[in-house]
Design a protein around this ligand. Structure first.
Ligand code: AMP
Ligand code: MG
Length: 339
């Protein structure tokens, strides 16, 4: 298939919307990562997304809307808590899991009776949804298992020839996927941490949110049963070996240097990712960094852990998956390292 590369003109957004209406698939920018979209209510169209991505069919998609009125089309039993959260954070990088309406095909929701809904803030994304006159189901626009794309060139790397069109927008502002919050039980549960943090959510609602337990379990352990199907699959794996060095203080730099020197002496190409404590920057560039290091054929990636708080916690959720939980903890007192 020939993939149309569309600049972000009004005319081109209309062309992309025509493709969506006709049951095709289009990659488009959002403020989080690029999405691969299809008409959420057309099961033949959404099944094409699973095929293009090589995504397991039990991994549900997020359905994107451009106006609050579209929510009633696809979801039901919308609580007051949900309304307060939507008022506070939409449009923006947070997804709410709600009871689904009949019209949403089970292909879109991976067979679940719930639907994940988000109203993105990105102008192009909103215009595309509006012009398509239907909610758009869109997972991240990468091949399954690879890092989510945060710029149009990274989308093309995976999707050229596999999708009808790519809207060639700007680099994504946030850089990691949306927070996913399950609102189908009394306690709101964070299924996937994202740009909007637990602290921010807890400020606007009376009930305290909880993290899904599986966020703290290495997926290779046997009692790993995440509520969000997507969290159980291998994610963001770079070609290189990836080690995270965790701890605080000077010991970290020493351990990173030792790891780097040892690997370089073995003739390996090494890259150290430095984000310091800048979790905004880490969120914005981490996925693009992984893809660049794949292209550069790096053998070993080393990164210091970010403080697992707020946005740092969300970035670490991705980083730990990429590294296959290969974490070296640095003891503070004596700077010894233990694997
Ligand atoms: P992606 O679209 O690639 O950003 O992934 C979407 C994430 O949302 C995956 O982790 C899905 O498992 C999760 N998700 C989507 N729909 C639901 C749902 N109805 N219930 C729970 N998790 C969901
Ligand atoms: Mg994804």
């Amino acid at each position: 298939m020939i993939t149309k590369k569309l600049d972000t003109t009004k005319e081109n957004i209309k062309i992309a919307a025509q493709i969506i209406k006709a049951g095709g698939i289009v990659a488009f920018p959002t403020e989080t990562v690029y999405g691969l979209g299809a008409d959420a209510l057309n099961e033949i169209a959404t099944s094409k997304i699973y095929e293009a991505k090589g995504r397991p069919s039990d991994n549900p998609m997020i359905v994107h809307i451009s106006r609050i009125e579209e929510l009633d089309l696809i979801a039901t039993e919308i609580s007051n808590t949900a309304k307060v959260l939507m008022e506070a954070f939409w449009p923006g990088p947070i997804t709410f899991v709600l009871k689904k309406k009949e019209c949403v095909p089970s292909v879109t929701t991976g067979g679940l009776n719930t639907v994940a809904v988000r109203m993105p803030s990105d102008k192009i994304a909103r215009e595309l949804i509006k012009e398509s006159q239907t909610p758009i189901a869109a997972p991240s626009a990468n091949l399954s298992g690879k890092a989510s794309p945060t710029n149009a060139m990274d989308v093309l790397e995976d999707m050229d020839g596999r999708v009808d069109a790519v809207i060639m927008g700007k680099e994504c502002q946030v850089g990691i996927e949306s927070t996913v919050l399950d609102l189908t039980s009394d306690t709101p549960v964070i299924l996937r941490p994202g740009y909007i943090t637990k602290e921010e959510i807890d400020k606007v609602i009376k009930i305290k949110t909880e993290f899904d337990n599986s966020l703290f379990i290495n997926p290779s352990e046997k009692d790993f049963h995440p509520k969000s199907p997507g969290m159980k699959y291998k994610h963001y794996a770079p070609k290189a070996e990836f080690k995270i060095v965790k701890g605080n203080g000077i010991g970290i730099d020493k351990v990173i240097k030792e790891l780097r020197d040892k690997a370089e002496n073995e003739g390996k190409k090494v890259e150290v990712l430095y984000y310091g404590e800048d979790s905004e920057k880490a969120a914005k560039t981490f996925f693009a960094d992984l893809r660049r290091l794949d292209r550069e054929d790096v053998d070993l990636i080393i990164s210091a852990s970010l403080k697992p708080e707020g946005l740092g916690f969300s970035v670490m959720n991705r980083m730990m998956k990429s590294a296959g939980y290969d974490i070296i903890c640095v003891e503070e007192e004596n700077d010894d390292s233990i694997s």
